[in-house]
Design a protein around this ligand. Structure first.
Ligand code: ADP
Ligand code: MG
Length: 322
């Protein structure tokens, strides 16, 4: 549905987007995640035909955006970071204006009424946009993107500046829109993307540093499945015992966590499950196992580790990444 290939955008000598490629399948909700300045808005402006690329290609529904921006645009509903609202128009006038601009052919009153119902803006239909709250303005921005019923929706930080209740409403709305549209949603807020999206592309300093489902990202970054064990008893003696538990490849002592209780990070031999032998070995020697949990990285930790500034390649754990 959306195909981005080797896209690069330079502003003078500064490379805002650096050779990125990704695909979005029909019906997918893709989260485009990255810290401020990562290149999200630049990418979205290129995807929607509002900005030219320095090199690379973008295809929406098979149409090359750079060759035929007008045709590509008719397939896209775009909600930019700052929605293009005309403050001196009423909501009605504005949506009529957008309808004309998009040369929409769907029954005007029915279509606009339907969108207003969906966005819960019927009660402000006659009001001037400048008199609306931020939350309502954002929903009018959304409504504008939905006019013409485009198959693709591109939403740039759609919840910025909204209060928590409005944020939840917008997230629910995006999830529902995802049933009938292909959606790209940018955000610098990880839980947002995690809550709404099927797949996550993480961008940092203009480059894609990860592209996967949330679950796979966690798995990929914790491929060693280390376990954290909390064991009561003398550290030296426990350490010596752990060395003889079958299936444990590596032990790191993490220090005393309660009086006489120490924590250890235990790395398994590839594919091994050492939980039972660990339990029996410790029990036999009278060292109570007080806790055992997975050290799988949370998505939050993955995001931080991937977007930490100037992270040297060698300090990243695990295998090769995009
Ligand atoms: P994001 O949306 O992820 O916060 P942007 O795409 O807005 O990031 O910006 C990416 C980088 O490109 C930033 O370093 C920003 O300062 C720079 N940039 C954006 N727009 C311009 C512009 N018109 N001229 C020069 N630099 C720009
Ligand atoms: Mg931005």
């Amino acid at each position: 549905m959306i195909e981005v290939q080797n896209l690069t955008k330079r502003y003078g000598s500064h490379c805002a987007v650096n050779d990125i490629s990704f695909k979005v399948e029909e019906g997918e909700i893709l989260g485009f995640l990255g810290p401020n300045g990562a290149g999200k808005s630049t990418t979205m402006n290129i995807l929607t035909g509002y900005l030219s690329a320095s090199s690379g290609t973008v295809k929406i529904n098979g149409i090359d955006v750079l060759d035929d921006p007008n045709k590509a645009k008719s397939n896209i509903g775009y909600l930019p970071e700052l929605p293009p609202l005309y403050l001196d128009m009423t909501v009605r006038e504005y949506l009529d204006f957008v309808y004309d601009l998009k040369k929409c052919t769907i029954n005007r009153r029915k279509h606009i009424a339907e969108i207003c119902r969906l966005m819960h803006i019927e009660d402000v239909y006659g009001r001037l946009i400048k008199n609306l709250s931020k939350g309502y303005r954002q929903r009018v921005g959304f409504a504008q993107a939905l006019i013409g019923n485009p198959p693709v929706l591109i939403l740039d930080e759609p919840t910025v500046g909204l209060d928590p209740k409005q944020i939840i409403e917008i997230r629910t709305l995006i999830k529902n829109l995802g049933k009938h549209h292909t959606v790209i949603l940018s955000s610098h807020i990880l839980p947002e993307v995690e809550a709404v999206c099927d797949r996550i592309v993480i961008i940092n300093e203009g480059r894609i540093v990860a592209d996967n489902t949330a679950a796979n990202l966690s798995a990929e970054f914790s491929s060693d499945h280390r376990l954290l064990a909390r064991i009561a008893g003398d550290e030296q003696r426990v350490y010596a015992l752990l060395k003889h538990v079958p299936g444990i490849a590596d032990i790191t002592t993490l220090g005393e966590r309660e009086t006489g209780v120490f924590e250890y990070a235990l790395e398994p031999v590839h594919g091994a499950d050492f939980r039972r032998p660990l339990f029996t070995t410790l029990a036999k020697e009278g060292f109570p196992l007080l806790g055992l949990k997975s050290m799988e990285m949370s998505l939050e930790e993955i995001f931080i580790s991937l977007t930490r500034e100037k992270l040297p390649e060698a300090t990243r754990k695990g295998g090769k990444r995009k």
